[in-house]
Write a protein that binds this ligand. Sequence first.
Ligand SMILES: Nc1ncnc2c1ncn2[C@@H]1O[C@H](COP(=O)(O)OP(=O)(O)OP(=O)(O)O)[C@@H](O)[C@H]1O
Ligand SMILES: [Mg+2]
Length: 230
Amino acid sequence: MKEPLLRTENLQRQVKDKRIVDNINISVYPKEVLAVVGPSGAGKSSLLRLLNRLDEPTQGTVYLHGQDYRRIPPRELRRRVGMVMQFPYLFPGTVADNIRFGPRQRGIELSDEEVEALLERVGLAGYGPRDVSHLSGGEAQRVSLARTLANRPEVLLLDEPTSALDEVAKAGIEALLREILSRGEFAAILVTHDLDQAGRLANRVALMEEGRITRMGEAEEVLRAYQALS
Ligand SMILES: Nc1ncnc2c1ncn2[C@@H]1O[C@H](COP(=O)(O)OP(=O)(O)OP(=O)(O)O)[C@@H](O)[C@H]1O
Ligand SMILES: [Mg+2]
């Protein structure tokens, strides 16, 4: 068996008397896309936020390439475990400024060509000088993705990356994600309410309910079981 890229061990986050993430043990392997589905409030976003230490676990830990993530400086961890959220949060300024931000924090200055190559990857060739305040929702999400890719992550956390978009933009972002994920450069964990999307993008699916993973397996099998329940 291959070594997992990311593995959680009894991962838990308790807020007051509620375990919003309750003893999660999952492994994600290189190149794999794991979808996490489940009802609203199940703890899906809370789980993702523990995986790059935006929140601290109250018990358990995460291993990245076998290394306990508490031994990795948080900034390096967040570079290696990148996140794209439902609503892209871009800094005021140009598209290029946003793309350069992450590498600059590590002392790397991206050339115009490198910025353009990243923008081409997300279907936004020539967008570098544009002001982010004039982007559509779909374009902003593409910039958000390019900004994460600029950090060369090993794991990509995607929290409902298409749910704030209209149908056309959604189809575009999903196609882009599929293309990017199919290259196998990194592993991804995709939280989505769209079960068809989970089926199209993921190899495996985990069902999360009340803080726990209640089912995990082949995408088709878990999605069929969840659809039968809901
Ligand atoms: N900082 C917090 N303090 C207290 N409770 C929280 C906090 N963040 C989340 N919760 C609670 O934890 C539970 C899980 O929330 P979470 O946002 O992770 O669910 P979710 O599965 O992502 O839901 P959705 O599908 O609606 O996005 C909810 O009951 C929520 O109210
Ligand atoms: Mg959520």
